[in-house]
Write a protein that binds this ligand. Structure first.
Ligand SMILES: O=P(O)(O)OC[C@H]1O[C@H](O)[C@H](O)[C@@H](O)[C@@H]1O
Length: 534
């Protein structure tokens, strides 16, 4: 499927991205504009012909048909026999969404209503802890039950007017110890967020939090909330049904921050702003559903991503938001993209044709510039960069900071594309007074190959609506890439084996069982722990 595109890419990579701008219309042509956001992919090797070939591939792989199947509630998560309808969670108009012929919207809107009432009560001091109004919220969850709300709550810090929100995910006791330190159990609300309510990390942390609260509060269960699809487990844990916010199995964990799993974000910014966040995602859903493929932002983001990874062979991609408040975005995208598309077989169980999803990584700018950008500019691997930046910050008194931030973001994509030639480097060294062999030697270290691709997503300001759009944009990008690869983006069997082995290993570490069955290395490590912990 990739051979023809690979041949095109090899020819294009031999040329120079900079030269493509001889076409005065390139910047506008290689960009998608939607509702206050501009996705500029002109600084890539893509030409109109290559783009047309990618769009033809998307059509041949039936992206439009699969997209319709997802929105119509078909069970496209075939290995688990489930529909994929996280889009229904942000369908504020209530337009019917059918699963097995039944409209799921009344239930979703009722739950959103219950969450809003609860959030208003907590924020308004009507729902109290044993010691008075709630001052702190601790969300205990991991993976999809952690990354979304943690990322979103940090991203929307300028909109916080509710209780302080904290997040515990790791089973490492350090996480909960450090988080609970200094909190007043009598004024803390604990949210246990777990789709399955069986995840060992979350249940272990939730029990520890309950013990912590029970030292001070007579009925700690009254200050616990559960977000889950598993009602029986939540009641077994002792959380009353009125404080359980449920959702269905057709919401994947990493796609779940739009519903109950987003409760901590709603508590922080309030129900009205949470709805703006949903409305932004909904706008992106409509755009994804209706816009022609070449003007469709998620489709083009996906195709550019596949061009770089599957076609050009660049093994990773960097997500580089120039926004300190998006410092958890790369972690969020790592789960979204790598858990969705890091698969080696297709839906039919056949080996994937070529590479599956890329490694995704990143850090906010400008921090990354002073750390790993060296490799991005001069290393031997090409790392396609996905820059992201708001034209306007939230600190009007510090507008000069923001100008500097934006200048750095734009400078990086320019530098990656244009590079610095050996002649330019020589001139630089000559201007510094160097000459002869020393000039030559030093000049070589100052060459930037350039011709390194990047895209930039630019928007007015990181409002709740904009964040909703951005997250939905990436969700649909992952969907399109998954469809083209022919894989199921909505299961995650690859996380199972480690869990099974960890369960077997626990008694070995405590000495309750023998280690003879294990391989030499694992045995050695177990023995080290047994001997060391005393
Ligand atoms: O929400 P939970 O059921 O506790 O699951 C939490 C996380 O754990 C699993 O191992 C999966 O890999 C994730 O997709 C999921 O988000």
């Amino acid at each position: 499927m990739w051979d023809e595109l690979k041949a095109q890419a090899t020819a294009l990579q031999a040329g120079n991205i900079r030269d493509l701008f001889a076409d005065a219309g390139r910047a506008a042509d290689f960009a998608v504009d939607f509702d206050g956001m501009l996705f500029d992919y002109s600084k890539t090797y893509l030409t109109a012909d290559a783009r047309a070939a990618l769009i033809a591939l998307a059509e041949a792989r039936e992206v439009p048909g699969r997209r319709a199947a997802m929105f119509s509630g078909e069970k496209i998560n075939e290995t688990e026999g489930r529909a994929v309808l996280h889009t229904a969670l942000r369908n504020l108009s209530g337009e019917p969404a059918l699963v097995d012929g039944a409209d799921v919207m009344p239930e979703i809107l009722a739950t959103l209503g219950r969450m809003s009432t609860f959030a208003d009560n907590v924020r308004g001091g009507r729902f109290t802890g044993a010691g008075g109004a709630i001052t702190d919220v601790v969300n205990i969850g991991i993976g999809g039950s952690h990354l979304g709300p943690a990322m979103g709550t940090l991203a929307l810090a300028p909109y916080h007017d509710g209780p302080r929100c904290h997040f515990v995910s790791n089973v490492d006791g350090a996480d909960i110890t450090d988080t609970l330190k200094g909190l007043d159990p009598a004024r803390t609300l604990v949210i246990v967020a777990s789709k399955t309510f069986t995840t060992i990390e979350t249940i272990t942390n939730a029990k520890t939090a309950k013990t912590w609260m029970a030292e001070v509060v007579d009925h700690p269960g009254a200050q616990f909330v559960a977000l889950s699809t598993a009602e029986e487990e939540t009641s077994a844990f002792g959380i009353a049904p009125e404080r359980v916010f449920g959702f269905e199995d057709w919401v994947g964990g990493r796609y779940s921050m739009w519903g109950p799993i987003g409760l901590s974000l709603m508590l922080a910014i309030g129900p009205a702003r949470f709805r703006e966040f949903l409305a932004g995602a909904k706008a992106m859903d409509r755009h994804f559903r209706d816009a022609p493929l070449d003007q469709n932002m998620p489709v083009m983001l996906a195709l550019v991503g596949m061009w770089h990874h599957q076609v050009c062979g660049h093994p990773t991609r960097a997500v580089l938001p120039y926004d300190q408040r998006l410092s958890r975005l790369a972690a969020y995208f790592q789960q979204l993209e790598m858990e969705s598309n890091g698969k080696r077989v297709t839906m039919a169980g056949e080996p994937v044709d070529g590479a599956s999803g890329p490694v995704v990584w990143g850090e906010p700018g400008t921090n990354g510039q002073h750390a790993f950008y060296q490799l991005i500019h001069q290393g031997t691997q090409v790392v396609p960069c996905e820059f992201m930046v708001a034209a306007r910050g939230h600190e009007p008194d510090l507008a000069h900071h923001h100008t500097l931030l934006v200048a750095n973001c734009l400078a990086q994509s320019e530098a990656l594309m244009r590079g610095r030639s050996l002649d330019e480097a020589r001139q630089l060294m000559a201007a510094k007074g160097l000459e002869g062999e020393e000039l030559e030697r030093q000049a070589r270290h100052r060459v930037f190959p350039g011709n390194r691709p990047s895209t930039t997503l630019i928007y007015d300001q990181l409002t709740p609506r904009r964040l909703g759009q951005i997250i939905a944009l990436y969700e649909h990008r992952v969907f399109v890439e998954g469809v083209i690869l022919g894989i199921n983006s909505f299961d995650q069997w690859g996380v199972e084996l480690g869990k099974v082995l960890a369960t077997q290993l626990e008694p070995l570490l405590t000495g309750a069982a023998g280690v003879s069955e294990k391989d030499g290395s694992t045995r050695q490590l177990i023995n080290f722990v047994r001997d060391t912990k005393g």
